[in-house]
Design a protein around this ligand. Sequence first.
Ligand SMILES: [Zn+2]
Ligand SMILES: [Zn+2]
Length: 757
Amino acid sequence: MKRHFNIRVNGIVQGVGFRPFIYRLALENNIKGYVLNDTEGVTIEAEGEEKALEKFIKAIRENFPPLAIVQEIKIEEKEVNQFNRFWIEKSRKTEKKITFIPPDTNICKDCLKEFFDPKDRRYHYPFIVCTHCGPRFSIVKDIPYDRANTSMAEFPMCIDCQKEYEDPLNRRFHTQPTACPVCGPKVFLYKKDKTLISEDIEEIVKKVYQYLKEGHIVAIKGVGGYHLACDATKDEPVLKLRERKKRPFKPFALMTGSIEKIEEFLYISPKEREILLSKERPIIILKEKKPIVSKHVAPYLSYIGIMLPYTPFQYLLFSLDKDLILVMTSGNLSEEPICFKDDEAFERLSHIADYFVIYNREIIAHNDDSVMFVIKETPFFIRRSKGFVPAPILVKKPFPVHLFASGGDLKNSFAIAKDKVVILSQYLGDLESPITQRVYKSAVEHFLKVFDVHPEVFISDMHPHYFTTALTDRLAEGKPRIKVQHHHAHIVAVMAEHEIEEPVIGLSFDGTGFGIDRKIWGSEFLIADRKEFKRMGHFSYFMLPGGEKAIKEVWRIGLSLLYQAGLPIDYLPFKENKPLSIILQMLEKKLNCPFACGIGRIFDGVSALLGICETISTEAEAAQKLEETALKTEKFYKIEVEIEENENEIIISTEDLIKKIIELKDKKIPIPEIALSFHLAIIEASFKVAHRIRERSGINKVILNGGAFQNRILLKGLWENLEKAGFEVFLPRKTPLNDGGIALGQIIIGKENLHQL
Ligand SMILES: [Zn+2]
Ligand SMILES: [Zn+2]
């Protein structure tokens, strides 16, 4: 019997090949009717035999195009209309909704097949794309999203490409960036002095391979910016890259051609495999199995970040040698943003790279590789950028006005909100240098333009000295401002992701966040809802002698912790050539010694006290080394840390923790065992406090978030203990554990506080 269904699909379903997908599906299943884009998404009028309709709807649910995000499918039965064909109806005039731009994704299987098919007209053509793959966000200049508003505008389509573009049955129907060797962009190989070496793709790829094998560093323009590549299996090029990049410790990411190659030297769990092969192609941090890459790739660490190729050029390069393993690190100087403009790349990277592979299509929005790790078969973000940004985070209730939240000053990502979506920006890094600040400002401008957002309320952290706070003041131009506490934002970000409305227990652990008592927080036990929070507990305060300086020279924190615990400074391993008496005087007089309680800072101090790390070259280095030391053993000593509780607060004694660490040191316990005992002490004490808060409040939902949870031992240990005790544990899954996710929390808290403006 013939029936007629009206099917409405909401979510990101426009500009991602949804209508041609429906069109083809209808032809396959002998469905008559039409499909069109409208305000809510895509509407389908479908008539056919019951069985065929069932198959049709099942396929819509299960096989929708890879770049689409389906939020909801509504189906309603209608009178049979006796349609005699299926067609794509012209879009209905719609009220203005948010424009979605898909993230950049890796080349798809079909394109890859053509790319390696000598008979195909796009054989070895590095800009091959289709409706389901390739660059998007990185090439969009303005809305609406069509070719004229992308950096493909300079490349008018040839007749063949045009034909494909207009054919609803073609894989490239309405593929805005489609191109071929006749009409599209080209690749060029240059020496660092800008001498052109070649513009022939076959020659370029062979030469690049040869340079890399000879130990040279090659800058390769990718999707969201330049990579710096070198042979990862040899010490010399890796050390040269470290030296030139001024990056002594921070690990380099790798790329190799196949999952089989990765398996030779790194462990891969099923979830890790799935993510490695996903269309987003993030870097995944994996445990080393066999040392076949240079130890300078990730000095001190037993984990290595790696990704599989995602651009056609990368595929071509790795097809030359199945054993090739390259360092593929962001093309920048340490702590600067990734280079993505060609002139700038030559300027900023010619001290680092010997050769440049560039192409003549502009990157409009830069985007670093995303970074993830997996614990208990659950993936977490360290950096959410290429492949994920600007996919929206959908919320249930609409925002009454457009909002902007500037994020934090470290690992920055900002957010905008309108309708029922929040869009987080790409990774913008640490906003210390003028160049990063400039890039941040232009990224904000770009976002507001391409998503057509006109914020009426501006939200930032409450830190008085943050760049983002000051910039938000300026952007607001007198419009309402809301300031949000850092750790509250961490917790609410997770509430938003998991659609939690009621109060939760929030454990927000990180290095630095400005507290409402004007001290530096970072070991926070909160009871929080979307609007406000109560601070229930924290580790006791200690001083950071010299403030910011102590964060770099972590031995100062070690000294301060000894001082606080009333222990002699002889316990500090790094005493030579240090202004110890001056620091002690500073502590004595509380001069330039801000109070802090961040877990990250405690890790720093203990790392110094155990002789593991004296000063750091990159954020979290001391803590990472301490974790790595703890991973060397399974033996530990139980440390019970004193916890003091009164009506208002529960305080875990940092002094007592330090005393007990030093006791173990006195007993000549091996350092790895002390390091592990320290981790477990933090877990145990934190668990106890969470437990007490549950007893006092009756709340059973607990959220863990903050940069300190990038520590595997801490995250896994606390998570498991809480679950064992019957807590419902929620973790950030769509946003990073670190400050890259706080803009989401800021936006939601801002929304809840709008009525107070
Ligand atoms: Zn494709
Ligand atoms: Zn063409």
